[in-house]
Ligand binder design. Structure first.
Ligand code: IPD
Ligand code: CA
Ligand code: CA
Ligand code: CA
Length: 270
């Protein structure tokens, strides 16, 4: 079985693991601050993904939010970038609206992207240059709508800082309206379905965006950091994703806004 088909089966199996595991008691801890939560289910699901991938492909490497691959510093060979639960706060508070996200790269080049909405049992998937699908249905190509006629998604908690709030206010005010769903992966999935037209994040990690970037890239959406640079596979970054027109609209805001532009380096410390 090839990596793509194995990945599709694996992510659904991991989703079943989460669904079963969450019915039993699990521990909730905090990480960098009291609002940054992690549960036993996050950790066990990452371990499940790690073990299954290693068993099938012993020479592949795995980077996960909950600790796997922390020492990886190059992108040679096959790398799986996994977020066992994207939207942990939703998982803890709502028991839904979270996803598993996987991006697979070969020698740093995209190979396939997978996002599984566990509770809806919806699988978003794409193999590079072969189109993107929701379950068995092909997803439609991006429509070119301007920011003024679009819904955009972001994480308000991160942008409500003295130094950035006015600049972000201007971008939001220029849109039709703003949404915040609490899972970057599911927000990429909504972009793929055409339900929102852009995402704007101050700080994400590769496990938050690689799956979604590959899937939406197949549909003509563009994803970069706020300077228009390609996103890294290691480290953290800001993220703008949207149809090419709206992506340009948002980039223009950053070009013309000195406060935001200068603040960029500090995004990493948020
Ligand atoms: C988080 C979610 C959230 C985004 C945060 C991420 P996690 O991932 O994707 O939408 O705004 O920046 O850290 O921690 O729930 O996997
Ligand atoms: Ca987390
Ligand atoms: Ca995440
Ligand atoms: Ca996570």
């Amino acid at each position: 079985m090839d990596i793509y088909n194995f990945g599709k089966e694996l992510i659904v199996k991991a989703g079943q693991f989460v669904e079963t595991r969450m019915t039993k008691e699990f521990k909730v801890d905090s990480k960098s601050n009291p609002n940054d939560l992690v549960t036993d289910v996050d950790k066990e699901t990452e371990q499940f993904l790690y073990t299954e991938i290693q068993e099938k492909f012993p020479d592949h490497r795995i980077i996960g939010e909950e600790g796997h691959g922390e020492n990886i510093t190059d992108t040679k060979g096959v790398i799986w970038i996994v977020d066992p639960i994207d939207g942990t706060l939703n998982f803890v508070h709502q028991g839904e609206n979270f996803a598993i996200s996987i991006g697979v790269f070969i020698d740093g080049e995209p190979y396939c992207g997978l996002i599984y909405d566990c509770m809806k049992r919806d699988l978003y998937h794409a193999k590079y240059k072969q189109g993107a699908f929701l379950n068995d249905q092909p997803l439609a190509h991006a429509k070119n709508e301007p920011l003024s006629k679009s819904l955009i998604a972001t994480n308000p908690k991160r942008i409500l800082r003295e130094a950035t709030k006015d600049s972000f206010f201007n971008i939001m005010a220029a849109s039709r309206s703003v949404r915040s769903y609490g899972s970057a992966a599911l927000e990429f999935a909504m972009l793929a379905k055409g339900q929102i037209a852009a995402l704007l994040f101050i700080k994400l990690h590769p496990w938050d965006y690689t799956g979604g970037q590959i899937i939406t890239g197949e549909l003509g959406y563009k994803t970069t950091d706020i300077h228009g640079n390609e996103l890294p596979l290691l480290g953290t970054t800001s993220v703008i994703s949207g149809n090419p027109e709206i992506h340009l609209d948002i980039l223009e805001f950053f070009k013309n806004d000195k406060t935001l532009h200068d603040f960029h380096d500090d995004f990493h410390n948020l």
